[in-house]
Write a protein that binds this ligand. Structure first.
Ligand code: CP
Length: 321
């Protein structure tokens, strides 16, 4: 593996999941793989889980992890080729990225979308420019349209839960839109859809209000419905996430609280396990009664972020060796 930006960087999802679960069983089994190597974690946006789980993963592999909050501590970066930098940006990525690449063996970067211009966000300019100029492998810590470390974690958690429940048939997985007070990126939903479709071992249904269709580039292969109750019927896993509109880009049309998952909706499912990438707005996106019930596996899911990151970093280090 050279970079980790989307599911397309993975040749065998199940093999990567197996590797992650092996690390979960034995976190220090490859403690010397990253000896004398450094990983740089660049954040242009806030994070709790991604930041800390990636640091722990690197440490487990014997690597030094250095975090740089670019948005707060760095120079304002320019990403446009040929830009006349007479505005607020101070340093071009063309100059900064190779320097960062000389300090680190692997660079990781979090760059949220602007939610102002769909074409710009969906061009993935920031992460693409980093990959172009860094000269070392790049791992996405969530980009403008995708969140691959989260999605790998989600598949790991689903497989683990299937094994624990001794379910051997194809599970039904439902991705449901949930209300929120702010317009949020489409990254987690896009990425989850992309990975579940690529994995191919589930009946996959996406449900959301009208006008919340995601890009077909990611959803193709899933059943899509505006009827949440119908979608939830017999679900084994319900993945809850808000996203803003794709067609009228970055807007909120709908905040109907009836889309929030509560016990009445769980009763429609096959006693489904409930997932969310976190952070979650309690009693807006997901009710307390569901989050605090045995149906919720959000803590297990967040804890699994370490093993996903560790498997990906190990793959990249292995490829470099
Ligand atoms: N799920 C996730 O990416 O969490 P953070 O934003 O806290 O990193």
């Amino acid at each position: 593996m050279k970079n980790f930006i989307s599911v397309h960087d993975v040749t065998d999802i199940n093999a990567l999941v197996k590797k992650a679960l092996a690390f979960k069983a034995n976190p220090l089994m490859s403690q010397s793989l990253g000896k004398d190597k450094r990983i740089g974690l660049l954040f242009l946006n806030p994070s709790l889980r991604t930041r800390l789980s990636t640091q722990v993963a690197a440490k487990n592999l014997g690597m030094e992890a250095i975090v740089f909050n670019v948005d707060k501590e760095g120079w304002a970066l320019e990403f446009e080729e040929g830009a006349i930098m007479s505005g607020n940006t101070v340093e071009h990525v063309k100059d900064a990225a190779p320097i960062l690449g000389s300090y680190f063996d692997i660079l990781c970067i979090r760059t949220f979308p602007s939610l102002k211009n769909k074409e710009d966000d969906y061009s993935e300019l920031y992460i693409t420019q980093f990959m172009k100029y860094a000269g070392v492998p790049v791992i996405s810590l969530e980009s403008a349209t995708l969140h691959p470390l989260q999605s790998l974690t989600d598949i790991i958690t689903i497989k683990e839960s299937l094994q624990a429940q001794k379910i051997t048939r194809k599970p039904k997985i439902v991705l449901t839109w949930a209300p929120h007070v702010k317009p949020l990126p489409q990254c987690v939903a896009n990425s989850f859809a992309q990975w579940v479709n690529a994995w191919g071992e589930a009946d996959f249904v996406i449900t959301h209000p009208e006008d919340y269709e995601l890009s077909e580039e990611f959803t193709k292969g899933a059943t899509i419905t505006h009827n949440q109750d119908e979608a939830l019927k017999d679900a084994d896993f319900v993945y809850v996430k808000n996203w803003s509109t794709y067609t009228d880009y970055g807007k909120i049309y709908e905040n109907d609280p009836r889309w929030m998952l509560d016990n009445e909706k769980i009763a429609l499912t096959n006693n489904a396990k409930v997932m969310h990438c976190l952070p979650v707005r309690r009693n807006v996106e997901l009710s307390d009664e569901v989050l605090d019930s045995p149906n919720s596996i959000v803590t297990q899911e967040a804890a699994n972020r370490v093993w996903a990151a560790q498997a990906v970093i190990a793959e990249i280090l292995g490829a470099k060796a």
